[in-house]
Design a protein around this ligand. Structure first.
Ligand SMILES: Nc1ncnc2c1ncn2[C@@H]1O[C@H](COP(=O)(O)OP(=O)(O)OP(=O)(O)O)[C@@H](O)[C@H]1O
Length: 804
């Protein structure tokens, strides 16, 4: 680019920065001032209000003064928040105020506007001239969607057409233009090249400067109820999802708050990996959780839940265990829509017969028997839903408890308990009785006063027995206290035997069919039943049972919904079952759903295909409300790695590598574990020497991770970290990690610990190997102590190098 052009741009940049600096300086005292005012007000809050509750009027006045004072304080706090947000966003802009520029001439106007795009807007004092446009403004979409030439963008009031005369990208650091490119086709391959050739980080970065057109469609989709993104490994699904959150928060800033958005992540490490993108963009983080966390919250207090990692560990390592096949069949069936319908039918059947209750017990005896509860339940109108009848039943039980509680006061144990109350307990109970006591104090005092005034004994003397009253009150308290847990358990619906109800479903085939109207019962049904029951009898639940169990519980107790949440994001969406999707749809009735996934990485048994006629996803909200976007360009890995990993997939895939070059994957066959460990350590040292500092030794299972870790340590490696499902923080360095925990994450270099035929030979091993290899950005190394896995064997030898 011409030197003159460069100078003009640098001069403009200097000018914008000066204005930014001036605005920051102008704001600073205001930010500090409002902060101090607010904290001063908070400190002296009670001095400003006179609390007087002697009469109703005084009380009312006090109430309104407090309210008024609180309003002033909250206004001051709001102003401080606003100013400090502005101040932060200006400071964020200062080192690099923008990354792009487009010159656009709108049709019908005789003027070409220069639009500079950055992470947030910066407007002149006049409030009209934009020195920088936020990347989420409608006009900024020109930058992502078009090349120079005819172009348009959509605004809330319609489409604006015109001509883009220039599209330029900048790399600006600390106020200096380091690089500048004029793009003509896609958004600067040069810029993208530079961004992608950098090393991996322990935190994902925002991609706003280089968002690609198809990613922009995902980010700005405003219409679909369900947006499905099926994209190859490294195609930017997670990145697009996070920028989408930022876009939604910006576009709907008056109505949408960050805590109304929830992201379901594959594992806790992933949470830490993505947590800095939104703050980097000046937005608050959305809520982040895992499906397992949700299940634990609702079921964890009554049952021990298996998590998806233990489940996959079982699938990968327990082939020789009895009933392995049945468990696999069970997993598939329990993940299906058919099972969901079966449970709905079962709930209907329960409306007629078969409900199971638990007796309400008190002091080792049945207070209300399960039988009585059952009779009462089936005495209600059969046309009422199960949940409505449970509601009535709960109310009935509460009433029954009140009657029983009153009777219980006469019980001998109460008398005994009274005797054994020590002085402190008495005092405590009397303390609690304080309020009630006041009545007696007044009566007592009146009695005394009356006696004194009339100088004679009261008429009711002798009848008014305080001790009796107190004793009665104490018994009342004692019984009430002991009934508390019983009432609590009724409130929490513990009288329903949900475990029994789920268990009785796994009966012989004929009964199952009768209860569920299910036509197709999976193969090995009786083994499935036996396994499920055995687990339940130990108060445990397989991962595949947890969602159906919770669903059945809600069919009976009433459906749980969260109407606050407006957007649900599901990353690694292929790992959820059709059943879980139905559950999430029901749970978030007012939310739009964005599902991002890759069936090529579907390593769990319950996985769901996200596209195609046989995918249940389209049925979820229906065709009209569903939009599918496919991403085929892979940005993470070098061309050499993408070409190699692509061949691991069974089906012909249209994954397109981004043109970034690097060494071909390196295959090393080595005899014996010790030698391999020594070689791996040598290779790690060499990689570190090349400047790579995020290196992962990826294994198939957690068990293999442990052996690898020990064996590498035995060879003298000190800096190694072992990543397990308990690890919550993702840090740079050298780590040993099972593939299913490396999902969604990337590393400079990946070393596949054992790529032999023994480790990866079954069809579902293929996806594990694919997922593992696609974590590599710059270098991929595979080791084997035996024959190579057939998935590697079949790859064209041109696509890799083999050490000799
Ligand atoms: N438009 C882009 N500009 C710059 N970098 C990008 C872009 N799109 C993706 N990337 C980079 O590519 C890498 C992979 O992105 P991301 O993790 O979002 O992909 P993914 O599709 O979620 O991958 P996976 O399915 O393997 O988890 C990241 O380092 C990301 O920063």
């Amino acid at each position: 680019m011409e030197a003159k052009e460069w100078q003009t741009e640098q001069a403009r940049l200097d000018q914008v920065r000066e204005k930014l600096q001036a605005r920051i300086e102008e704001l600073e005292p205001e930010v500090i001032g409002t902060r101090e005012q607010a904290s001063e007000m908070r400190r002296h809050f009670w001095e400003e209000v006179t609390v007087n509750t002697s009469s109703d009027e005084d009380f009312e006045e006090t109430f309104y003064t407090i309210k008024q004072q609180a309003a002033v304080l909250s206004e001051r706090e709001r102003r401080h928040r606003l100013l400090s947000q502005q101040w932060k966003s200006l400071n964020r802009l200062l080192p690099s105020p923008y990354f792009g520029r487009i010159d656009f001439q709108e049709d019908g106007l005789n003027l070409t506007e220069q639009i500079y795009i950055g992470v947030s807007s910066f407007v002149e004092e006049d409030g009209l001239s934009f020195l920088v446009y936020d990347w989420r403004t409608p006009i900024a979409s020109l930058y992502y969607d078009h090349s120079p030439g005819a172009a348009f963008y959509d605004t809330p009031v319609g489409r604006i057409t015109g001509t883009m005369e220039l599209k330029r990208q900048y790399q600006i650091q600390n106020g200096q233009i380091r690089n500048m490119f004029d793009a003509n086709v896609t958004i600067g391959d040069e810029l993208l090249q530079q961004v992608l050739s950098k090393g991996a980080d322990s935190q994902m970065k925002s991609i706003v400067a280089t968002i690609q057109k198809e990613q922009n469609t995902i980010i700005r989709d405003d219409h679909s109820r369900l947006l499905i993104v099926q994209g190859a490994a490294g195609s930017g699904k997670t990145s697009a999802a996070l920028q989408r959150v930022a876009y939604l928060l910006y576009k709907n800033r008056d109505t949408l708050k960050a805590d109304q958005i929830v992201l379901f992540s594959p594992n806790p490490i992933f949470n830490s990996y993505v947590s800095s993108v939104l703050p980097e963009l000046g937005e608050e983080n959305m809520q982040q959780t895992t499906f397992q966390e949700y299940l634990e919250y609702w079921l964890g207090s009554s049952l021990r839940l298996e998590d998806p990692f233990d489940q996959i560990e079982y699938v990968l390592t327990a082939q020789l265990m009895p009933n392995y096949e049945a468990r696999l069949q069970g997993m598939k069936y329990k993940a299906s829509e058919a099972f969901l319908t079966a449970l709905q039918n079962y709930a209907q059947w329960l409306g007629q017969e078969g409900m199971l209750f638990k007796s309400i017990r008190f002091r080792d005896r049945d207070l209300i028997t399960a039988e009585r509860i059952g009779l009462q339940f089936y005495s209600y109108d059969f046309t009422l839903s199960l949940a409505n009848r449970i509601d009535l039943l709960q109310k009935w039980l509460m009433k029954e408890l009140s009657v029983l509680e009153r009777k219980e006061r006469e019980a001998s144990w109460v008398e005994e308990e009274l005797q054994y109350l020590d002085i402190e307990q008495y005092e405590e109970v009397f303390g609690e009785l304080h309020k009630d006591r006041e009545v007696f104090d007044i009566a007592e005092r009146y009695a005394e006063v009356y006696e004194i005034i009339s100088k004679k004994r009261r008429k009711d003397e002798g009848d008014f027995d305080f001790a009796d009253q107190e004793k009665e009150l104490l018994s009342q308290r004692i019984v009430k206290q002991s009934f508390k847990p019983v009432r609590q358990s009724v409130k929490k619906l513990f009288f329903i035997d949900v475990q029994g109800l789920y268990e009785q479903l796994f009966d012989d085939e004929a009964h199952y069919r009768e209860k569920t109207k299910e036509g197709e019962v999976p193969a090995l049904w009786s083994e499935i039943c036996q396994q499920t029951k055995e687990k339940l009898d130990q108060n445990e639940l397989f991962y595949e049972d947890a969602t159906p169990y919770l669903y059945l519980k809600e069919l009976i107790e009433g459906v749980r919904t969260n109407t606050e949440i407006r957007h649900v994001f599901i990353d690694e969406g292929q790992d959820y079952s059709a059943f879980q999707y139905e559950y999430l749809k029901k749970l978030f009735p007012r939310a739009r759903m964005t599902v991002l996934g890759d069936f090529g990485q579907a390593i769990f048994t319950q996985s769901t295909k996200l596209q195609g006629d046989d995918s249940p996803m389209v049925r979820l909200y229906g065709n009209d409300k569903t939009c599918l976007i496919r991403l085929v360009r892979s940005y993470r890995s070098t061309r050499e790695i993408v070409e190699f990993t692509k061949e691991l997939l069974s089906e012909e895939s249209d994954i397109v590598p981004f043109e970034r070059r690097g060494p071909k994957p390196l295959l090393t066959r080595i005899e014996g574990e010790e030698k391999r460990a020594a070689q791996i350590l040598k290779d790690i040292a060499a990689l570190q020497g090349e400047g790579y500092d995020s290196i992962a030794v990826i294994t198939k299972t957690a068990a293999e991770s442990r052996t690898a870790f020990e064996s590498l340590q035995a060879q003298g490696s000190e800096e190694l970290q072992l990543i397990t499902k308990e690890t919550v923080q993702f840090d740079k360095g050298v780590m040993v990690i099972p593939v299913y925990l490396a999902k969604g994450i990337e590393f400079d270099a990946v070393l596949i610990y054992e790529a032999s035929s023994q480790a990866y030979s079954r069809d579902n091993d293929r996806k594990l190997l694919y997922t593992a290899c696609t974590r590599a950005m710059h270098q991929l190394l595979l080791y084997s102590t035996g024959d190579w896995t057939p998935f590697v064997e079949k790859i064209n030898t041109n696509l890799y190098k083999m050490t000799t």
